[in-house]
Design a protein. Structure first.
Length: 181
């Protein structure tokens, strides 16, 4: 795998620092909430990030998983949500929801998912992402919590993949273009 990496973009130390900073912001915002917090982990990419972040949250919380995608003709992202794994919860008005995602690119999937959960009457819905590529945004969407903004590069590691590979790298790296083109 290492031969496919152009360079490390966010190393292990930086990731740990980002997770600590995000945890502090999240705890500050939810410390006085009267509603239980449900952390929604978006599979598969955010699993590793969410696991490390959740361990730093000194808050009562519950964990749920969703697997969603946006689809369209060919490789074009339509922004419509296809739910592969949905929440096993009802009565969302009784909960604050925090969606954890690995990376925000076009913004379409997380924007639509946020709206879907608001339409299900959740008390509140916020989003947290490890990485954000604002230069790729196709819809007006800003995550509530963002670990780092990155350049428009194809990145892998720390949960992010190419063809289901590289998720287990302990850092975020730029994949050599010849690997995926």
């Amino acid at each position: 795998m290492l031969k496919d990496i152009e360079r490390v973009l966010v190393d292990e130390k930086q990731i740990d620092k980002i997770n600590g900073e995000l945890a502090q912001k999240i705890m500050k915002d939810y410390q006085n909430s009267t509603k239980p917090l449900i952390v929604i982990v978006i599979l598969k990419g955010s699993m590793i990030f969410a696991s490390d972040l959740i361990k730093k949250l000194d808050l009562p919380l519950e964990i749920e998983f969703m697997k969603v995608s946006s689809y369209g003709a060919g490789t074009k992202n339509s922004g419509e949500i296809k739910i592969h794994l949905d929440l096993a919860r009802e009565n969302l008005e009784q909960y604050d929801l925090l969606i954890i995602e690995d990376i925000v690119d076009s913004g379409r999937t997380l924007s639509r998912l946020t709206q879907l959960l608001k339409n299900r009457n959740a008390n509140s819905v916020k989003t947290c992402t490890l990485l954000d590529k604002p230069s790729r945004r196709e819809v007006p969407f800003t995550p509530d919590y963002c670990g780092a903004e990155i350049e428009d590069e194809f990145v892998v590691g720390y949960g992010l993949d190419y063809d289901e590979k590289y998720r287990n790298l302990p850092y975020v790296a730029i994949l050599k273009r010849e690997v995926y083109s």
